[in-house]
Design a binder for this molecule. Structure first.
Ligand code: E4P
Length: 218
C-alpha cells in the first residue's frame, strides 16, 4: 500500500518524508488556502517545493471546470515537474479531460468520487488514480469503507489499472481497513500515518527492556 500525505504544509511533508514511508502527496485548493498559499504564481512555486521534498507523485488540482480550461491548466501543471499528477474533478467535462490526458500520456487523479459508478467511469476514461472520499461519506452517515470495497471488486472484475487512492482518511483505522480491503494508496493527515506507530504495550515493553538493561550494567 502506498502512503500519501494529504496536506500542503511543508513541515508536515518533510516530517512524513523523514519517516521513510512516504510515497507521495495530495493537495487541493482548500489545503493550499489553509497554508495561506494564494495566487497562481505562489501555488505553482509551492507544487515545485513539494516535489523537491518528496520522491513520489504530487497531485495538483485544476481550477477550471470546462474541458478546454482543464486541458490547458493540466498540461501546464504536468510540465512543472515529472512527479506532478493532474487532479481532475469527477464531472462530465472532467471525464473528457481524463480521457484526453490518458491519450496524451499525462497522469491523472480523479477527485471528488463518492460512488462506485463514478469510479467505474473514471477507470473507463483512463484515470491513473481514483480518489473516493471515505471520510466525507462517513460524515453523512454513509459507509465510506463499503465504497472502497465496491470499487476494489469492480476494478478486479475487469483488471482496470486505475489505482484506488482512498482519500479523506481521518484516522489510523481508516488506513488499516483500507489496507485490508486492498486499496492501492491511502492519503491522509500526518496523524493518520504517525498514529500507526502507537501501542501502549510497545512503550511499556521498551521501558522495561531499558530498565533491565541498565540494572544488568550497573
Ligand atoms: C483528496 O485528495 C483530498 O485532498 C482529501 O483527501 C479530502 O479530505 P477531507 O475530507 O479531509 O477534506
Amino acid at each position: 500500500m502506498k502512503f500519501f500525505i494529504d496536506t500542503a504544509n511543508l513541515d508536515q511533508i518533510r516530517e512524513a518524508q523523514a519517516l521513510g514511508v512516504l510515497d507521495g502527496v495530495t493537495t487541493n485548493p482548500s489545503l493550499m488556502a489553509k497554508e495561506g498559499i494564494t495566487g497562481e504564481k505562489n501555488i505553482i512555486q509551492h507544487y515545485i517545493d513539494i516535489c523537491n521534498i518528496v520522491d513520489g507523485d504530487v497531485s495538483a488540482e485544476v481550477i477550471a471546470v470546462d474541458f478546454e480550461g482543464m486541458v490547458k491548466e493540466g498540461e501546464a501543471l504536468a510540465a512543472l515537474h515529472p512527479q506532478i499528477v493532474v487532479k481532475i474533478p469527477m464531472i462530465e467535462e472532467g471525464v473528457k479531460a481524463l480521457k484526453y490526458f490518458s491519450d496524451h500520456g499525462i497522469r491523472t487523479n480523479c477527485t471528488l468520487v463518492f460512488s462506485a459508478g463514478q469510479a467505474l467511469l473514471a477507470a473507463k476514461a483512463g484515470a491513473t488514480y481514483v480518489s473516493p472520499f471515505l471520510g466525507r461519506l462517513d460524515d453523512v452517515s454513509t459507509d465510506g469503507l463499503a465504497l472502497i470495497e465496491e470499487i476494489r471488486l469492480i476494478y478486479d472484475n475487469y483488471a482496470y489499472e486505475t489505482e484506488i487512492l482512498a482519500a479523506s482518511i481521518r484516522h489510523t483505522m481508516h488506513v488499516v481497513n483500507c489496507a485490508k480491503i486492498g486499496a492501492d494508496v491511502m492519503t491522509g493527515p500526518l496523524s493518520s500515518i504517525k498514529g500507526l506507530l502507537n501501542h501502549p504495550l510497545t512503550d511499556i515493553g521498551l521501558a522495561k527492556f531499558l530498565e533491565d538493561y541498565s540494572k544488568g550494567n550497573q
